[in-house]
Design a protein around this ligand. Structure first.
Ligand SMILES: Cc1cc2nc3c(=O)[nH]c(=O)nc-3n(C[C@H](O)[C@H](O)[C@H](O)COP(=O)(O)OP(=O)(O)OC[C@H]3O[C@@H](n4cnc5c(N)ncnc54)[C@H](O)[C@@H]3O)c2cc1C
Length: 415
């Protein structure tokens, strides 16, 4: 294939909604091929929050091709261990920090979500137009483009619009159907927020289970944040995704029933936490990720839930393929969107399946189940190191993380 010049590209002006993992990754590659992406992000600045995320398997190769892998490794969390503790903070089981992904994960990188977002933003901010503090209000497709109105900015017409705005995607709501059509609740809710390092931990996760609930304190080293995670099983709750006080009240009510361990202290810290993040653990499953000139990538298209640990890798890989297919098709979006789905769907589905297959991702519902879990953890710790056993969580994750062969789009680079 010969190199193409940007002059041959159709549909160059592309609006991307969302500046977390998928949006900036897509913008990076689109710009690289000669397209002209604009990113609109609802938050007034890059959104902080969450704990660590992983770049695993194929996503590591994409990060390498983007030239950000060294920075990602430099920012890696270097977590030491995970401690499972009882109500008095006595350790009942421990795990290697590489838990879940298994020893096959050599080369994978764990880093803070905030750090990755910064790295991706830094790699794109000088070449790409970012609009912070705004959101798409309406989308109207014509034969020639998509007319976009914004909550604040002036209306504009773009050739294509891509939703990279997460599992509660605004673009998906405006161009496809209501979220309830695509969202599959997996039985849990989760809250994450910054806390002081009041237990003086050093690169440790401390986890405590009670039936149907779990608390974790995650410390990522000096100069890095300490965050609390509170998780609980329940029927799906009805709440406003933008009403933080309402969400804090839900968490307060659920954990007020737990006077033990550090739960009261964590609720106290939650009160003023500036980066509080709350979500139901729900997967996004869609038959198609594109509708005319509008497409979706990352969690917006196929959010696997944070319990898989694969959302970021899927976002980075999906962005690479979507941009590469648009470049291959010289901007013919119909052909490109179809090939993007064909290339990625099986990989995305295998990663989503982690949440359904891996037993560690469920919250035990009785003290008996918690004791069984601790027994299992101790047995795993005592087992000889080596490849993860077939069908262990580590094995399932590693297979899924590598379940796509990346095409080489490098010859399509714009001159
Ligand atoms: C605050 C936060 C904390 C998270 N914490 C974790 C974690 O601890 N562990 C984990 O595995 N995953 C976490 N996730 C999810 C994880 O980031 C994703 O699964 C993964 O990185 C895929 O990213 P994404 O870019 O597709 O979506 P997301 O990371 O969800 O990003 C979506 C982006 O779109 C923006 N957005 C939303 N609505 C609009 C709108 N109307 N207009 C413009 N922009 C909009 C959001 O502010 C956000 O920046 C978190 C996500 C967020 C937003």
């Amino acid at each position: 294939m010969t190199e193409r010049t940007c002059g041959e590209l159709q549909n160059r002006n592309i609006l991307i909604s969302g500046a977390s993992a998928a949006g900036p990754s897509l913008a990076f590659w689109l710009h690289h091929y000669g397209f002209n992406p604009t990113v609109v992000e609802r938050s007034p600045a890059l959104r902080v929050g969450g704990y660590a995320i992983d770049l695993r398997g194929t996503a590591v190769h994409v990060a390498e091709r983007m030239g950000i892998l060294a920075q990602a490794r430099e920012a890696s969390t270097d977590l030491r261990e995970v401690w499972f503790v009882d109500g008095r903070n006595e350790t009942v089981a421990t795990m290697d920090a590489n838990f879940g992904a298994g020893p096959g994960k050599a080369g994978d990188v764990e880093l803070l979500r905030d750090d990755l977002a910064q790295i991706l933003y830094a790699a794109t901010k000088d070449s790409i137009n970012y609009i912070f503090g705004d959101s798409i209000a309406s989308l109207s497709q014509t034969d020639d483009g998509v007319e976009v109105t914004f909550e604040h900015g002036a209306p504009q017409t773009f050739d294509l619009v891509i939703g990279a705005d997460g599992s509660h995607s605004n673009v998906r709501r405006l161009s496809f159907r209501d979220e309830t059509q695509f969202s599959h609740y997996l039985g849990q809710h989760v809250a994450i927020f910054s806390i002081p390092n009041f237990l003086n931990l050093d690169r440790l996760w401390v986890m405590h289970y009670v039936p149907k609930k779990m608390g974790a304190i995650m410390q990522y080293g000096s100069g890095k944040h300490t965050r609390a995670l509170l998780m609980f099983s329940s029927p799906k709750l009805d709440y406003d995704h933008r009403d933080v006080e309402q969400q804090k009240n839900i968490v307060r009510k659920v954990f007020a029933e737990e006077p033990g361990w550090e739960f009261p202290r964590l609720l106290e810290e939650m009160r003023d936490a500036p980066d509080f993040y709350f979500d139901d653990v729900s997967q996004i499953r869609m038959n198609h990720w594109s509708n005319g000139r509008v497409s979706l990538v990352g969690d917006a298209a196929c959010g696997p839930t944070l319990i898989t640990g694969q959302g970021t890798s899927m976002a980075v890989v999906g962005a690479y393929v979507l941009a590469g297919e648009l470049a291959s098709a010289r901007g013919d979006y119909r052909a490109a969107f179809a090939s993007y789905e064909q290339e990625c769907r099986s990989y995305m589905e295998q990663n989503q399946a982690i949440a359904l297959k891996a037993r560690e991702v469920r919250l035990p519902d009785s003290w008996e189940a918690i004791n069984e879990q601790n027994e299992l953890l101790r047995a795993m710790r005592a087992a000889p190191a080596g490849s993860p056993p077939e069908d262990s969580t580590g094995d399932i994750i590693q297979k899924a993380a590598n379940a796509i062969a990346l095409k080489d789009y490098s010859r399509l680079r714009a001159r």
